[in-house]
Design a protein around this ligand. Structure first.
Ligand code: AMP
Ligand code: MG
Length: 335
């Protein structure tokens, strides 16, 4: 069964095609880049509307697949920016009607986990999901994916972007800060905001800008911000592994492209005897293939929605959607 997936939760419009064994047949993506500042939802949605027809054509051509071979059309239903989600959902509904194929809604966060699970072969990993708008530790338990910990304010990626823009740079800030951090030497004191299983970033942003106002060098700031915020993320991931007795962690989201974060999580996992898998960077970022693959799993469980029930859900919570394709793993010893 070849499934086509449509991703449009934020700045990336993407179309992916996968087959039965999660082979990614094609991914065609185009990212909206704001001229200045952060993402403007309506401008991003206009961008998506403009590029989607070409992306669908390109994905089919690159995969060598004909429209009639597509057996289901999946789309990211949420969470995300309303105007952007609506653009992608409209494309998915159109293709579903045009090709007379089932329409399958997918949760974007679950999709990051499912594609990493498929590519790694790990059966029951937890996901550290670090993207622009989302920061969550997610694990499966009792029929659905559960959020074990998350940001109490902004997503780690938005935090890095905001900081970089305040320092005079342009979106996206994460990769630029990563390059800058490599030149940093001094670890400046920043608030380490772990609250139980949750984290917060806005206090670090304020403190980093205060250091800057007092003359701190940009590389030192970048190095300190990465060290502190990635240590926080590694800590809650470790606690989740321990409490849920999971034996593997996978990464997802744009910030998971970061070498330092990958290394810190890998060292933590290996220290506990757990497996760690970081997908290729093209899979960490938002992409249509992960939506297609999760749609494939959902369709395999008989899930599909009629057009009139296919509304977007900008605030859809990871733990409000079912995952009937998962079998409950045997309970760990002693639990
Ligand atoms: P996503 O929302 O998953 O598409 O990811 C976009 C976010 O990832 C943006 O906030 C970027 O700044 C961030 N990002 C991308 N590459 C890196 C990197 N190498 N290090 C840190 N953050 C990154
Ligand atoms: Mg994402």
């Amino acid at each position: 069964m070849v499934v086509l997936g449509i991703e449009s939760t934020a700045h990336t419009a993407s179309v992916g095609l996968v087959n039965d064994d999660a082979t990614i047949l094609a991914v065609a993506s185009d990212m909206y880049r704001p001229v200045q500042g952060g993402i403007h939802p309506r401008e991003a949605a206009n961008h998506h509307v403009r590029v989607f027809p070409g992306l669908v054509e390109r994905a089919l051509r690159d995969a060598g697949v004909r429209a009639r071979e597509i057996e289901a059309v999946a789309f990211a239903q949420g969470p995300g920016l309303g105007p952007c989600l609506r653009a992608g959902a409209t494309v998915a509904r159109t293709l579903s009607l045009l090709w007379d194929r089932p329409l399958v809604p997918v949760n974007h966060c679950v999709a990051h986990l499912e594609i990493a699970r498929a590519l790694s072969g790990l059966d029951d990993p937890l996901l550290l999901y670090t993207s622009g708008g989302n920061t969550q530790v997610i694990a499966y338990g009792g029929g659905r994916y559960r959020v074990l910990g998350e940001t109490l304010d902004i997503g780690v990626g938005n935090f890095l972007d905001k900081l970089w823009i305040e320092l005079g740079g342009t979106f996206p800030g994460g990769p630029a800060l990563e390059a800058e951090a490599k030149q940093g030497a001094e670890l400046l004191p920043l608030p380490y905001s772990v609250h139980g299983m949750d984290v917060a970033f806005s206090g670090i942003l304020t403190a980093a800008l205060a250091h800057r106002a007092k003359g701190a060098k940009r590389p030192d700031l970048a190095y300190s911000v990465e060290t502190t915020s990635y240590a926080m993320l590694t800590e809650i991931t470790e606690r989740a592994l321990a409490h849920r007795r999971k034996e593997a962690v996978v990464l997802g989201g744009g910030v998971a492209c970061n070498e330092r974060l990958r290394t810190m999580v890998r060292e933590m996992a290996e220290g506990r005897g757990a497996a760690m898998y970081a997908p290729d960077r093209s899979v960490c970022v938002d992409n249509g293939a992960m939506i297609a693959w999760t749609g494939h799993l959902a369709r395999g469980s008989g899930l599909a929605v009629p057009i009139e029930a296919s509304g977007i859900q900008p605030r859809q919570r990871t733990d409000r959607v079912g995952a009937p394709w998962r079998k409950d793993p045997a309970p760990a010893q002693g639990s």
